[in-house]
Structures are given as C-alpha cells and as structure tokens.
Design a protein around this ligand. Structure first.
Ligand code: ADP
Ligand code: MG
Length: 143
C-alpha cells in the first residue's frame, strides 16, 4: 500500500475513500485510524468494511463499549477509547486477532504503541476547513 494524502469534502466521500483503500489492503492487515473525536475514523471504517464486502455501512458503529466488533469472518473493528492502561488492553485478546488472516481496524490504538504490531498501516484524519485531510502511511515506507 502506498503512502498518500487525500482530501474528502463530505461523509459520502470519506466512505468512498474507505472503499477505495479497502481494495488495496492485504488480506491480513492492521490499520490504525488516528485522529480526534469527530475526525472521521468510524466513517472511514464504514467505507473500508463496505469495500471489503463484510457489512453494510449502516451496520458499522464505533465499538466504544463493546471494544471489538466483528464483521463477517475476517474483519474486526476495535475502539480503545475507553481503556486507559496497557494492562487493560492486554486482556481483550488483540494478539489472537492479530494472528488471524484478517483486516483489523483500530481506533485509538496509537495510545498503546507497544501493543500494536510493527507491520501496520496508519491512517491519520484531520478536520480541515472544507472537510477532512486523510493521510495514509504504509509501513513499507517507514524510513
Ligand atoms: P470519529 O470516529 O473519528 O470520532 P466519526 O466518523 O464518528 O468520527 O464522525 C465524523 C463526523 O464527520 C461524522 O458526522 C461524519 O459525517 C463527518 N464527516 C466525515 N467525513 C467528512 C468530510 N469529509 N467532511 C465533513 N464531514 C465529514
Ligand atoms: Mg469513532
């Protein structure tokens, strides 16, 4: 996957971008969705899940309370917002999910870098005047 910067001007465009990025993801991938509340992490996840053919976007919501949602057999959506300590994160079974041949989308995973696999895609989302700036950093490009 190549590193690039995108701009989207609506929720629909963010979902469409997620679909496009989904097509580039390997079957086994960990994707950190990084950005403030409201930046569009869950919206982009909707598009990725849709693009992977795992669920309809309306079925995708932030797993803020359940921590992990599973869509189909091999797409996971994780939200670590409510966890404060690495010891708590270590109890929810992420390692087992990382071992599967699955796409794992993670919100707030950058707060626990030591628990994230080195091989990952980082997608940063930022609110800008006319929408969102969304930058993709694939680990093959990490200097
Ligand atoms: P997060 O998961 O980062 O907290 P959400 O995806 O839940 O953010 O919410 C992001 C909000 O921004 C949603 O209301 C969505 O409709 C909106 N949004 C997404 N992309 C854009 C865009 N390009 N321009 C304007 N609003 C957007
Ligand atoms: Mg969210």
């Amino acid at each position: 996957m190549k590193s690039r910067i995108f701009h989207t001007q609506s929720e629909e465009e963010t979902i469409a971008l997620g679909e496009k990025l989904a097509a580039e993801l390997p079957a086994e991938a960990v994707v950190l969705l990084i950005g403030n509340l409201g930046a569009g992490k869950t919206t982009l996840a909707k598009g990725i899940v849709k693009g992977l053919g795992a669920a309809h976007p309306d079925e995708v919501s932030s797993p803020t309370f359940t921590l992990i949602h599973e869509y189909g057999a091999n797409v996971y959506h994780v939200d670590l917002y409510r966890l404060d300590r690495a010891e708590q994160v270590a109890t929810i079974g992420l390692d087992e999910i990382f071992d599967r041949k699955a796409v794992v989308l993670i919100e707030w995973g950058e707060r626990f870098p030591e628990l994230m696999p080195v091989e990952r895609v980082e997608i940063r989302l930022r609110v800008v005047e006319d929408g969102r700036e969304i930058s993709v950093l694939a680990n093959d490009d990490y200097g």
